[in-house]
Design a protein around this ligand. Structure first.
Ligand SMILES: NC(=O)c1ccc[n+]([C@@H]2O[C@H](COP(=O)([O-])OP(=O)(O)OC[C@H]3O[C@@H](n4cnc5c(N)ncnc54)[C@H](OP(=O)(O)O)[C@@H]3O)[C@@H](O)[C@H]2O)c1
Length: 328
């Protein structure tokens, strides 16, 4: 958890400049693009000259509404933004999205923004919902896009970026003492789930698995002349719909706290677009407040890196048997 001083700095004092790196000619995918941060991200990417923008949304009608709202503000040409269906809780939806994306002429940037903070317990992919969406769903769609990013790197002599939107709350996640052979199975038991912790834990697991992914895909000491970047970014605490499942008095408290301390979604979007515009210096790393941040000890246990990658890979292979071939 950021210290109080750090929280005050990032929430109230930090100046967050508009991103300026050009996206000219680039094709960009943003998942969860209709949400609070998503719409602001797309506005920046339009301004920065992207050639093609794909808003991946689980509801086509919410996606169409977002597109309309963005077009009204940016006056971009009507065919620049496309809305494609993607539901991270549905393997058939992910499969058809990935097939479509792999038919694109180029793919320069993927921003994994879609995520949930579930308070209503439910089981998907044989695990608790938050982990299902933020960890399994995110990687289930991300890994099959890697060959397209690499092809784009070679063909266009560019450095494509895959950014996973993380959270500084990873640092206060409570990791179970003994999650057994498979942490995802462990959390099918509702009594083991603390909904306040589950989101933080999902963000910790995201970082561990991203660290491992970066060692498998174009490692920094590798010889690939046209490598890609995978990184993560915390957008700070921003006013969005993320905590929509919180109810009752807690909802009132949460809303009040957000009214006092949350930044506008545009501030978070700026930081995400900045992270998605960086180069190899951020590969495998996590950014916050516009800079690379060292991983805290909780995200620096090599045994957990291996364990979490193994259990995640097993889940992914179960849902998509050839998925790991995308890493070769
Ligand atoms: N807001 C913050 O303070 C904050 C801080 C740190 C990190 N983040 C991260 O930022 C990301 C975006 O959150 P947000 O704050 O913009 O919240 P949000 O307004 O709730 O947006 C979340 C987006 O994810 C989509 N989504 C949820 N489940 C999905 C699924 N199964 N398949 C496809 N899309 C799905 C939502 O679609 P629907 O509209 O259809 O539900 C929505 O577009 C999350 O990963 C969150 O962890 C946010």
């Amino acid at each position: 958890m950021p210290s109080f001083k750090d929280f005050v700095h990032t929430q109230f004092l930090l100046k967050i400049p508009e991103p300026t790196t050009s996206f000219e000619s680039k094709t960009v995918i943003v998942t969860g693009a209709n949400g609070g941060l998503g719409q602001e991200i797309i506005k920046h990417i339009v301004r920065l000259g992207a050639g093609r923008i794909i808003c991946a949304c689980r509801s086509l009608s919410r996606g169409a509404e977002a597109k309309k709202a963005i077009e009204a503000v940016t006056s971009c040409k009507p065919d620049l933004i496309e809305v494609w269906e993607l539901d991270l809780e549905s393997p058939p939806s992910i499969k058809s999205f990935v097939e479509r994306a792999n038919g694109l002429p180029r793919l320069d940037t993927v921003i994994h923004l879609a995520g949930i903070r579930a308070f209503d317990f439910g089981v998907i992919y044989d695990t608790e919902r938050t982990l299902a969406v933020n960890n399994i769903g995110t990687f289930l769609v991300g890994l099959p896009l890697i060959p397209k990013l690499k092809e784009t790197a070679r063909t266009y002599n560019t450095t494509p970026v895959m950014t996973i939107v993380g959270s500084a709350l990873y640092d206060i996640a409570k990791y179970p003492k003994d999650p057994g052979e498979d942490i995802f199975t462990y959390f099918t038991d509702k009594t083991k789930v603390n909904p306040w912790n589950q989101y933080n834990l999902s963000k910790l697991i995201q970082l561990y698995t991203l660290i491992k992914l970066a060692t498998l895909v174009d490692p920094l000491d590798g010889a690939e002349p046209h490598p890609i970047v995978v990184n993560s970014v915390d957008p700070c605490f921003c006013e969005t719909g993320l905590s929509r499942e919180v109810t009752g008095l807690t909802r009132v408290v949460t809303k009040t706290f957000a009214a006092i301390a949350a930044r506008p979604a545009d501030d978070g979007a700026r930081q995400i677009v900045h992270a998605a515009s960086t180069g190899r210096e951020t590969h495998g790393l996590y950014m916050r407040a516009g800079a690379i941040q060292a991983y805290k000890p909780i995200a620096s246990d090599p045994a957990k890196t291996e364990y979490l990658w193994e259990v995640l890979s097993k889940r992914l292979v179960k849902l998509d048997p050839t998925i790991l071939e995308n890493l070769k």
